[in-house]
Design a protein. Sequence first.
Length: 945
Amino acid sequence: MVKDYSPLRTKGHKGVGLILAATLALLLYIFRGFFWSSSAVHSPAQVAVISRCRGLQMQPGPPDDFHDRSESDRFVPETRPHLIQNAKMWTGRNNGTEVFIGDILIDKGLIKGVGHFGTAALLKTYGSDLVVIDAKNAWVTPGIVDIHSHMGNGPAPILQGASDGNSPKGTIQPWLRSIDALHTHDESYPLSVAGGITTALILPGSGNAIGGQAFVIKLRKTAERSSTSMVLEPPFTVNSSFPDPTHPPRWRHMKHACGENPSLWYSSTRMDTMWAFREAYNTASQIKKQQDEYCSKALANEWDGLGEFPESLQWEALVDVVRGRVKVQIHCYEQVDLDGIVRLSNEFKFPVSAFHHAAEAYLVSDLIKKTYGPTPAIAIFATNARYKREAYRHSEFAPRILAENGMTVLMKSDHPVLNSRYLMYEAQQAYYYGLPENLAIASVTSNPAEVMGMGHRIGYIKEGWDADLVIWDSHPLALGATPIQVFIDGIPQLEDVYVVEKPKAFQYAPSVPNFDKEAQEAVKYEGLPPLEPAFVKTRPVVFVNVQSVLTPDASSIQEVFLAADDGALGTVVVENGQITCVGVCSMATDAMIIDLEAGSISPGLVTFGSPLGLEHIQSEPSTTDGTVYDPLSSKGVPEIVGGDGAIIRAADGLLFRTRDALLAYRAGVTSAVVAPTTPGIFAGLSGVFGGLGVSFSLGAAHKLERGAVLQEVTGVHMRVMQALPGPSVSTQIALLRRLLLRPVDGPSKEWFLKVTNGEIPLVVEVHGADIIASLILLKKEVENASGQTIQMTIVGATEAHLLAKELGEAGVGVILNPAKPFPFFWELHRLLAGPPTTEHTAVSALMVHNVTVALGVMETWDARNTRFEIAWASLASGGKMSKADVLALGSTNVAKLLGVKAPQKLTQDLVATRGGDLLSLNSKVVAVISASRGLVDLFTAFPGQ
Ligand SMILES: *[C@@H]1O[C@H](CO)[C@@H](O)[C@H](O)[C@H]1NC(C)=O
Ligand SMILES: *[C@@H]1O[C@H](CO)[C@@H](O)[C@H](O)[C@H]1NC(C)=O
Ligand SMILES: *[C@@H]1O[C@H](CO)[C@@H](O)[C@H](O)[C@H]1NC(C)=O
Ligand SMILES: *[C@@H]1O[C@H](CO)[C@@H](O)[C@H](O)[C@H]1NC(C)=O
């Protein structure tokens, strides 16, 4: 039912309340002598002390008359009023369940009204100044609120002159302030605004136990261009380190961290960190006690010998924490660390606003409820996990489990760890894995707003709230949801918007699959549920109610079956991992029947770009294959390994069935190509020389199993980047030229000759367009010398779109990694942002020039999301790609570009999805039909299994 709100403020009971309050205040004033001593006449200094002492008892929040405001403190004069008509609003009311269809009037930086407005009447009031936008029934949400961001503190691109996230000066630093390092030229601001982010809490890093004070900012540019002018409700003015005692204080914010990060940064232990906390809190508590004693004397007029108010500029912020006037945000993953903070908060009696990362929070809700004060919220990632020991037990089901346990769930970016432009994607994934729709949207809007103490002005679409709004091109929880317009303080942020047509179904929340059993198992096995599939080898498997079947052949992906309608769903029979019948088939009596409920069978996806298959836990060297020697470093490659002629095969280091590999497998990624790991960019080594890639099955248990290694050697992998700390880019290219034109004697010679003969590809990780241009010339130079065409693939390739034509002409293929661009380094910053900012994405721009394109992933945990990445790329290109082309982005093109021989019928793995196709949030991957291994792997229990 459509509800109607009056645009006029009705005072009603509130008016009566105000009169009562005013009367009471007057009485208190008249009889003030009865309430506190009126015998003394106070000196100005004493008046100041009394005011200060009374101020200490005030709790933070907006002034009582906050909602009487008719203009935002952030209003920018000249901003035109806007009327957004025909909006389908998620208001945030009623626990996030209210959807209201109507109009939103914004003016003076505020939402002036939500209802049904006659344009004529408004035009009378506002004249031609009023901008009328017909939202045509589009979804509108409050601006996205990110409770955990480092935007500005670690600006993109990373440059050593502005890396201000963690202080090296000690682990306890409550006196540091993120605003003092809030860079305004971070290239992320406009990108994240284009994703609908309007507000973020900027936290210091997690290298310190107490990293410092955090600040809430709005992401828009200000006329003043200053850091300070971005801050929302600053707790004190630029002239002071202290709140104005005559006003209710505003919320302050502070970052704490426990566990691995402070231990590693300060070469200490968890025990040291907890002592550092207790020592600091003891100091703050003692100062508070002195202040309270001082104030009780001052307020009792016992001035004799009282002296100065006991103040400490260094500790005042932590003193405010023990006064309960600071929202404390604590980076804390594991039970052991959460437990320590729960004890700390009870020992020193301070509340915790939220635990962040909190990978194990879903396993210990009862513990977290024992925190002093209100139960903290939990701010987490959706599927980003296992990158370190502490995150090993995180679960994609954590958001729903936490919600079921009555906890407030927030999705956060930790920007630039995740690009906050896609914070809504985190909510989409949380929703896919079972967080209810209302809570999923609340997790990035009203809930973080409340948790950061700003719920009185942001996070809702309500009259009187800040005019921070996002108009979406689809339901916000539909995959690929993209803003059409973003308002901050009533100011439209996007110019020249490119709007992409979305399928009609995308105007509704996807009807996501059921994961109840998986969620229960996550808890039962404390985050490590068994992931190995059950396989069927001896019986035929029959898939019924199949909507479509797509299979790859040597050159492309073919649709071999498509049901005309739901009444004509097909059947697929599989024996020994091979499809033996598609369409109308008879069934053997011993066959196992699997109902796909209008699902699909598609090619298995192929992942590349992360060390998947070479590591279990990224930051634990003892769980990984390690890195290769670096021939350009001063130590070089030991002679006994082959010296300058050495070449390393990734196949020799393969680790099967890592959790990330199994999770990817369960999400339809059947194989991976991985190259030897070069030293990381931050390792202080050149990291140019990779080695030989390998293609392997993600379903196999070990290397000796049938079909485990699909191709022992795929291509030769190298890297050329400015960001590498080793020798110059020109030196890196000189090395490549030398190896291609005059290969060094030794084991590598054979492989470089294969490259120059065009037998295997040279795969180069490179991002900058100028370096890509040099590589195109190098390719021509080598081809001219050898008379053969070489296969070159560039990986990373963030600036490749600038040379789309040249890459097309040179026949160089591209694997975009990351799939969605971000300016991590200088050489990536001429990225193509895609809609709503630019018409083209890198994928579509390259395809115009017939460049073979594929998508990669950067980190192993993300391999499981390949199906969503390719779907996203297709949605962002406006649905102009065929389904076969979309699937190729994550399967056949990846394989082809890396030198994996075209799949034969006997080796191609296929994926069965139930309830929809592989690209949809409606579907669940239920089986892999593995030709390479001669079996069907099942991921869920089926009757008769
Ligand atoms: C809010 O919504 C969730 C999920 O829809 C529900 O479980 C919870 O009980 C609701 N809370 C309130 C206070 O209505
Ligand atoms: C800060 O100090 C400046 C200079 O004395 C003054 O003009 C300004 O009004 C002060 N601002 C506030 C918010 O007190
Ligand atoms: C190609 O090679 C020939 C000789 O082998 C040389 O004269 C010519 O300059 C080369 N062209 C390019 C573009 O490198
Ligand atoms: C791309 O390929 C198509 C089909 O082969 C061809 O018609 C078109 O001209 C090509 N485009 C470019 C830019 O080469």
